[in-house]
Write a protein that binds this ligand. Structure first.
Ligand code: GLC
Length: 755
């Protein structure tokens, strides 16, 4: 039964259909008898030991760790990656402890273990679930090879604020795209059978609303009304649950006044109740005692009580469960049922992983770390993640066979470490290839490359070498400027109040522009940056995020034309930080701005009277549109869309309609386009966004080729969560918009009537 259930979930994941798969408490897991037998023999201390995760000794096996494992005081180890240590710890657990229960070995394998892929925001920019599956599979194989069996990914925090450092780890601003990416990563990590040696358990995080931190400042308060919580922030978690993710992690943030790690509404009512989640919830790092800081718990006793009653099944490294829970059970504050339910869920995962039979597998039964095949997949991911934002007069791609001199400059052109991005605990620079390294390997005469960084690192303010850069620019035929952020400027606890290029990079770009040569700017960063001036200075602009190990070969292939960029933005790019939050799926408001109603600040007549300007929702000094919209990305070719056609203009609730989209590659070279389908419900009892992404397809077209794509759309996909009525589809008119980005206005209208 277990396999059938899981295979069905995988079917959902692969087909992307959003069935409301009903999980009931009675679905047998296939291990219920073993779990109940084991549970019946466990002491209270042993049960609570399973709920306790501690950090390893980082390559050592201290006597204290040995003893704790022997006594069954530990259910999981985090941050141990030495295969010999893991093997010894599992041996002690299996052979020297009373019950022989193996450990979960957890590690953040966020975008690769040894083979480092683009940061999750870059993976989202591929809009390609298949490459996300394959990347997660590679990460799982490499992590499993050292004995890791659990990772704390995918992160599916919706983020509308690029000041937030962890936007780098997010799938962006849209719930549908985030759901597709999250599902794909769960499938890649877990496969169809967790007991297989090359799979690891996943963890959907951070439940929930963490990306809505006020001011984009990490760990800050989040206040999210029910309709936003249900329609924007929760769907990617539900998608991961439906795809069978094994665990969920609670967030550091407080949500609407209640810290996530003490939030029973989130974990008991929604996750385990409404959604029937049968896995377990792990707290984020010491987030249980942090509830004292939040002002939610008086002391660690109250924090432990709040955690266990709210649904935290395993405590990450704070140690308060073994110290506090026994007394709480003894005094009757915590019913033993809560402990038993937590232990059942933890034991279930250990059985599903096959740890009782094989807690570790021979290292030589796995492929080599960062091998050529893995790096090839990382290169494909890096190539697909790059987004071409500007390409004046088709200046790109460059022709490597043309006699020319290019100046390569900027702090990010030859930094194989920084390009890997945040959360690369196990990444190694020796496996990472920078652009300049790739150029040296791949580009030869008649093309001449001169390299002068100009700045040593992204925050560098030393302009001493600008004079020599200026001279080199005068002599070059093309200029390639590699700018962006060091990896430390994004990620956990690394939010920025201003999100322009750090250091003197903009000054460097201005100096390069003065040379009057074709100027191609490549950005490697962990977030959208405010680049209005830099975009204007550049003839071409390529956004590469932090592309991981294979940034260099991927960028050489794109810049010199071997690959055609196909990435699309998973998040809106603001013109300036004052516009944040700015996102595509915004509400229309009662006074929406239009070009006619907006007067740029410097066009306002002096002494203009109060009501002389359009009274609509915009900024006098920044307008109301982003620098680049969600879903945007150019190609070296062009795609021409016909107006979408519906198989019928009226359907009954509960049925489906075909939306046919015909597009032509009207350019001169083959390429891949991400055809996006957006919905608008113009009249709804709870107002809905002006556009909502509900489907997309990547399609490859030869030059001149025309294809018609069919999207089968069920009325369930038009649904919305209404606080009073739940998830449902209202009767009435719906608009579909189809195109290559969220600003498309190619429209088809549908009327949904009663059954
Ligand atoms: C960190 C992060 C979380 C990570 C965990 C373990 O603080 O918030 O995403 O998985 O601790 O490293």
């Amino acid at each position: 039964m277990k396999r059938i259930t899981f295979l069905f979930l995988c079917f959902i994941a692969l087909t992307g259909c959003q069935q409301n798969f009903e999980q009931t408490d009675m679905i047998p897991t296939g291990f219920d008898q073993e779990i109940e037998r084991l549970l019946s023999t466990m002491t209270l201390e042993e049960k609570i030991g399973q709920m306790n995760q501690i950090t390893g000794d980082y390559g050592q096996v201290s006597e204290g760790l040995r003893e704790a494992v022997r006594k069954g005081r530990i259910g999981s180890l985090i941050n141990e990656v030495n295969p010999d240590v893991i093997r010894e710890i599992q041996r002690i657990a299996r052979e020297e402890s009373r019950l022989g229960i193996p450990l979960l070995i957890g590690r953040d394998v966020i975008h690769g273990f040894k083979t480092i892929f683009p940061i999750p925001l870059g993976m989202a920019a591929t809009w390609d679930s298949s490459i996300c599956v394959r990347a997660a599979q590679v990460a799982a194989v490499e992590a499993a090879s050292v004995g890791i069996n659990w990772t704390f990914a995918p992160g599916v925090d919706i983020c509308r604020d690029p000041r937030w450092g962890r936007v780098a780890e997010s799938p962006g601003e849209d719930p549908y795209l985030a759901s597709v990416i999250g599902r794909a990563m769960v499938l890649g990590f877990q496969g169809s059978d967790l007991s297989r040696p090359k799979t690891i358990a996943g963890c959907a995080k951070h439940f929930a609303g963490y990306g809505a931190a006020e001011g984009g400042r990490d760990y800050n308060t989040t206040n999210i009304p029910e309709n936003e919580l249900r329609n924007i922030f929760l769907p990617p978690f539900k998608a991961c649950i439906d795809a069978g993710v094994s665990t969920v992690m609670s967030g550091f943030n407080e949500l609407n006044g209640v810290p996530c790690s003490g939030n029973s509404y989130l974990m008991n009512t929604i996750l385990k109740g409404e959604w029937g989640f049968r896995g377990f919830v792990v707290s984020d790092w010491e987030s249980l005692p942090q509830m004292i800081n939040h002002g939610f718990s008086r002391d660690i006793k109250e924090a432990a009580l709040a955690g266990i009653t709210a649904g935290i099944d395993m405590d990450m490294v704070s140690g308060i469960y073994p110290g506090i829970l026994p007394d709480l059970v003894e005094e009757g504050s915590v019913p033993i049922r809560l402990i038993d339910d937590a232990v059942r869920a933890i034991l279930l995962l250990k059985f599903q992983l096959g740890l009782f039979e094989n807690p570790v597998h021979p290292v030589d039964s796995f492929p080599a770390l960062a091998n050529e095949a893995h790096q090839k997949i990382a290169q494909e991911a890096a190539t697909k993640s790059c987004v071409l934002l500007k390409n004046t007069d088709q200046i790109l791609p460059l022709n490597p066979n043309q006699p020319a001199t290019i100046l390569v400059t900027g702090p990010m052109a030859d930094d194989a470490y920084e390009q890997m991005g945040t959360w690369i605990f196990d990444g190694e620079e020796k496996f990472s290839v920078s652009f300049m390294q790739a150029v040296r390997n791949q580009i030869s005469r008649p093309f001449k490359v001169e390299y002068l960084p100009g700045l040593e690192y992204s925050r560098d303010e030393n302009v001493a070498s600008f004079a020599s850069v200026r001279q080199a620019a005068q002599k070059a035929d093309y200029i390639l400027a590699f700018l962006g952020e060091e990896s430390i400027l994004s990620g956990e606890a690394h939010s920025r109040a201003s999100i322009g290029l750090p250091g003197k990079q903009t000054e460097l770009l201005s100096l390069l522009a003065q040379a009057g040569k074709p100027l191609i700017t490549v950005i490697l960063a962990g977030r959208p940056l405010t680049l209005e001036k830099e975009t204007m200075l550049s003839d071409a602009l390529l956004y590469a995020w932090h592309p991981g190990n294979m940034a260099g070969p991927a960028l050489v292939d794109i810049i010199f034309g071997k690959a055609n960029p196909s990435g699309k933005l998973p998040i809106t790019f603001p013109k300036e930080v004052g516009q944040i939050p700015i996102y595509y799926n915004h509400k229309n408001t009662g006074k929406p701005a239009t070009p006619e109603t907006y007067t740029p600040i410097m066009d306002i007549p002096r002494r203009a009277v109060q009501y002389s300007l359009g009274n609509t929702s915009h900024y006098l000094d920044a307008g109301y549109t982003p620098l680049f919209p969600f879903g945007f990305g150019l190609s070296y070719t062009t795609y021409t869309y016909e107006a979408p056609q519906l198989s019928t203009d009226t359907i009954q609730l509960g049925s489906a309609v075909d939306l046919n989209v015909t597009l032509t590659n009207s350019g001169s070279r083959e390429g891949e386009e991400v055809v996006q389908v957006y919905l608008q419900d113009p009249v709804s009892s709870i107002t809905r966004p002006v556009k909502e992404l509900i489907s997309f397809q990547r399609v490859r077209l030869k030059a001149g080729e025309t294809k018609t794509l069919t999207f089968s759309i069920h009325t369930d996909q038009l649904s919305y969560y209404y606080p009073e009525k739940g998830q449902m589809t209202e009767i009435g008119e719906y608009f579909f918009f189809v195109g290559g980005n969220s600003q498309t206005n190619l429209q088809a209208n549908l009327y949904v009537k009663e059954r």
